[in-house]
Design a protein around this ligand. Sequence first.
Ligand SMILES: [Zn+2]
Ligand SMILES: [Zn+2]
Length: 295
Amino acid sequence: MRFEVTILGNGSGSPTGTMHHTAHVLNVREQFFLIDCGEGTRSRMVRMGISPLKIKAVFISHIHGDHLFGLMPLISSLGLAGKQTPLKIFGPAELRKMLDFFQHDFGPPVGFELDFTPVDTTKHLRIFENRSMEVWSVPLRHRVPSSGYVFIESGNGRGGCGYAEHALADAPAAHALQLKHNFYPRSYAFMSDTHPSPRAADIVREACPAGVDLMYHESTFAEAEKRLAKNTGHSTAMQAARIAQKAGAKKLLIGHFSSRYKDLSLLENEARTIFPETFIAAEGETFSVSRIPVL
Ligand SMILES: [Zn+2]
Ligand SMILES: [Zn+2]
């Protein structure tokens, strides 16, 4: 019963020959969720052996090209692949214009419904829920409205315990209540482009009182570029580490690196001085969270 994140891109706005734009695939018990969709996401998914048809919902953090320019090719290829069921898309309200254009005015019909739900980037709200997972928005501090997302495995909610593995399949609802072994719900916080926000850290801590298992936090710059981080609405690796610490995260992934850094261990090492459990969100790597039984 997996709960894992695959990193498709860890670069920031400026393209480089080696780093791709932001996109993460979260697999929660074989349900796939795409978080941000930078340019090249579709081809990156295919290369990683993840079928775009498996994507159940897409969550976009903000309206900057490096987080959503991959959306149109993805939608287009889903149409070609014969998708007929609606694709759920969540993101700032401004995204609707782009989706409407593509659905109605671009040219060939998409072939399936783009089921868009606007996310209020100023509020912490539950925006999605099904039997496997619930998703909460987290207001961030960027140059444009930006939202992070916290993904929490469903069971019986926050800080409680999960359902038995055998009961998670598509069994009737009554069946799902027959618990055998309980597990703590696993969680993932995606903190997209933002200047460090103590409020966002508090929100994550509140959403995951036992500590979020995995936090991704953008770390565009090293500490020497702290002023630049402030002026551009981004974070340094050390600032990301402080947010992870304040949120009570168990593990931190850093990404969205400026193209100026040829050796990313500089950022990793800076973050580790504050939060030792920091790791580079390396492209192509998958980070898993194992289940811990409630004794
Ligand atoms: Zn960005
Ligand atoms: Zn941005």
